[in-house]
Ligand binder design. Structure first.
Ligand SMILES: [Zn+2]
Ligand SMILES: [Zn+2]
Length: 439
């Protein structure tokens, strides 16, 4: 975001959240945190755009109405997936929309019970929208805060609403906002920073639990229990569950493109086929047009036709593009039968069934194969039955593991590299040889 908008981004860890977990959060403490951050900012208030997501929308509106009381204002406000008030958002989670009266009754009851945790955005939107530009973004498939609440808020404040065909946490990933095609390298870097932060946060949570629970000694059983609970307590969000996925997706996308432009068509195909595992991060057209192109170059017409089926059936591809893909598919497959050529077979690391060296999952046991972050190829164990060594570029062989991101790569691919291709941290190649065993 920084470069295209020429702005700096500051994110806040509210008291009681993230690294600032030494106090109990309240509406007042969260508002105070925003105002303190604004006071600390290098820019004047008039230059700052406040962006709140979910609960942050309530905090942002409360903080800005407080700011207005003192005669100051900001440059603008973005509300991403906002609610009318916290009790109303909570009641919508448990009551079907078909029972509006019951929902209203429940939200009034919750408002009484929740005391000073109200975040009554509905009562503040008009006041704030009068003094500064406000924009609302909301996913139509949001299951945490219903889309109708964002819509209602936009009507009340007469502010623009932008809707997206996605859920609560996915607006930032929408292609029209993310610019994924234009700046994949920047987005990979952002995901990498996020992944490293999540790792740091996980280690911190774990450390705190270990020290808190033990006072010096801990049995193996307690240690295990603590690890299990820790994992559950930080795994509610998919990003925390697997912080590296976003980084992997953009890394693979960039790698496949580089291989394609360097004329390594077979490698580019093996790498791009792997993108189908990242449909939650990259959009259909980005993934499957690259797969269609690389499989076409390699005459893998069965894989190619599967990619075209995805492109023609996807609702997030525009009608115009879908028609173009359908015409292109027709001209390709009237001349070429949808069949793949024979390829080198290697044993699945889990069940031993021999599968194509370009497979990303085992066709027999469904095991998801780990991949080499340097070449994009699936990682196979040493093939003891092979009478001669692996042909170059097919897979198999010795691997090493990066100490920082814990991803693996074939040692013969990284002989000349000093840094991990995925996380860019320094590789200690001599110390890291590990046998090529199942992940
Ligand atoms: Zn298998
Ligand atoms: Zn790494």
């Amino acid at each position: 975001m920084q470069e295209p908008l020429c702005c700096e981004v500051t994110a806040i860890d509210y008291c009681g959240c993230g690294y600032s977990d030494f106090c109990r959060p309240t509406e007042a403490s969260a508002v105070a945190d925003v105002l303190a951050t604004l006071d600390q900012a290098d820019a004047s208030f008039e230059e700052v755009i406040v962006w709140g997501h979910s609960l942050g929308t309530g905090i942002a509106l409360s903080a800005l109405s407080k700011l207005l009381e003192s005669g100051r204002r900001c440059k603008g406000l973005v509300l991403e997936a906002p609610f009318l008030s916290l009790p109303r958002a909570a009641s919508a989670l448990v009551t079907p929309a078909a029972w509006p009266d019951f929902r209203e009754g429940l939200s009034r009851r919750l408002a009484r019970i929740m005391g000073h945790l109200q975040f009554d955005s509905a009562s503040k939107i008009c006041l704030v929208a009068e003094k500064m530009p406000v924009t609302i973004l909301h996913g139509t498939q949001d299951t945490k805060v219903p889309f109708e609440q964002g819509q209602r808020l936009s009507e009340m404040g007469a502010v623009p609403l932008h809707s997206f065909p996605c859920g609560h946490n996915d607006i930032a990933k929408q292609p029209q906002l993310s610019g994924a095609q234009r700046h994949p390298d920047r987005i990979k870097r952002l995901y990498l920073l996020a992944a490293l932060e999540v790792e740091k946060f996980k280690n911190k949570t774990l450390d705190a639990q270990m020290t808190g629970a033990t006072q010096g000694t801990m049995t193996t059983a307690q240690t295990l229990q603590s690890l299990v609970t820790q994992d559950q307590s930080v795994s509610s969000d998919r990003a925390l569950e697997s912080p590296w996925r976003g980084c992997e997706a953009f890394h693979i996308y960039l790698l496949a493109q580089r291989q394609l432009y360097e004329g390594q068509h077979e490698q580019a195909m093996k790498t791009s086929l792997r993108l189908s595992e990242y449909e939650d991060i990259l959009d259909t057209q980005t993934i499957y047009s690259l797969i269609a192109l690389t499989t076409y170059y390699n005459k893998f017409f069965a894989q190619c036709s599967r990619a075209f089926i995805k492109l023609e059936a996807s609702s997030d591809v525009s009608d115009e593009m879908r028609t173009k893909f359908a015409d292109l598919a027709l001209s390709i497959f009237t001349r070429n039968a949808p069949r793949d050529p024979a390829s080198h077979m290697l044993p699945c690391p889990k069940c031993g069934t021999r599968i194509n060296d370009w497979n990303i999952t085992c066709s027999s046991c469904n095991h998801r194969l780990a991949f080499c972050v340097a070449s994009g190829r699936s990682i196979f164990p040493e093939d003891r039955n092979a009478s001669h060594p692996y042909p170059p570029g097919t897979g198999g062989g010795e691997t090493i593991k990066c100490r920082c991101c814990r991803h693996r790569m074939y040692s013969n691919e990284v002989r000349k590299l000093r840094n991990c291709p995925l996380c860019h941290s320094r590789l200690d190649v001599t110390a890291m040889h590990t046998p090529s065993v199942p992940h």
